[in-house]
Design a protein around this ligand. Structure first.
Ligand code: HSE
Length: 293
């Protein structure tokens, strides 16, 4: 039977003020192979807890098959995951994209990328990690009349993205549970201007504007208590002139810089500064979304 392999990039969501809207694809990948069979579901390459019908690849595969009016029979899934789980780097979005794109590729691509986004968004709850994983690059998304709409924005080529990944996970549900239901007008105004200016700073390669515009009042102030080392790391990164934000819901912290020495500086100083162990992952923007290999 036909077999397809889909490679999906990691993504960092929010980028400071763009809560549930902004996202960026990074050059770290999950690769998933799907092969239909007469019956049964066989999943390999992941923890036994995920080898069942709740597996996100399978859930999205089924949703895409329903959208194409095709019956679901059996499926083999093999997952080769490099995106760390529950770290704020879009691992669940990558699996959903792989499932929906896999179904599409197995049936000669009747679905557009926009439809893949529409099928996967209700499964993830928000489009911010999905859009860059599907379209690549820097994206901003919104929901309009119950459907996601996403646009790809220009990105200066010189940015380096350092993902600081801790040795502990943080579930998105826990990181959303601490957020308030209501915002003050002042906090909303604070984020509206910064959202527009973050996108412009990322386009221009303007470090100073980016650092100022990344300050957020919608989610980061509430989430930082969940990450013990957040404040000392924030200070260290900012004192080196880099922009700083939480990657998605965390716990990964993201530094955006044009300074080639920042990685060495962080690696040497983090060890003495923090309680947890933090790995510095040097990443680049990925301008291609999910690919059929
Ligand atoms: N925008 C989401 C959040 C990303 O911050 O909760 C994580 O799924």
């Amino acid at each position: 039977m036909k077999r397809v392999t889909i490679r999906v990039p990691a993504t960092t969501a929010n980028l400071g003020p763009g809560f549930d809207s902004f996202g960026l694809a990074l050059n770290l990948y999950n690769t998933v192979t799907l092969e239909e069979q007469d019956s049964g579901l066989d999943i390999t390459g992941c923890h036994p807890d995920y080898t069942n019908r709740n597996n996100l690849v399978y859930v999205a595969y089924k949703a895409a098959m329903a959208a194409m009016n095709l019956p679901v029979r059996g499926l083999k899934i093999h997952i080769d995951a490099n995106i760390p789980i529950s770290r704020g780097l879009g691992s669940s979005a990558a699996l959903l994209i792989a499932g929906a794109m896999g179904a599409n590729a197995l049936h000669d691509f009747p679905l557009t990328l926009k439809q893949i986004l529409e099928i996967t968004t209700p499964l993830e709850g928000h489009p911010d990690n999905l859009a860059p994983g599907i379209f690549g690059g820097l994206t901003a998304s919104m929901t309009h009349e119950d459907k996601p709409l996403s646009v790809v924005f220009p990105l200066h080529p010189d940015w380096k993205f350092l993902a600081l990944v801790p040795d502990f996970p943080l579930s998105t549900a826990a990181a959303r549970a601490v957020l308030p239901q209501h915002l003050t007008r002042a906090d909303a105004v604070h984020n509206i201007g910064r959202g527009a200016l973050v996108l412009k700073a990322l386009e221009l390669g303007d470090d100073e504007l980016l650092s100022a515009a990344m300050a957020d009042k919608v989610h980061q102030p509430y989430r930082k208590a969940l990450i013990e080392d957040y404040e000392p790391i924030e200070q260290l990164v900012k004192s080196n002139g880099a922009a700083f934000c939480l990657s998605g819901a965390g716990p990964t912290l993201l530094c955006i810089t044009r300074n080639p020495d920042l990685q060495d500086i962080l690696e040497s100083q983090l060890r003495t500064l923090t309680k947890a162990t933090w790995k510095v992952l040097p990443l680049k923007a990925e301008h291609r979304g999910a690919q059929v290999l």
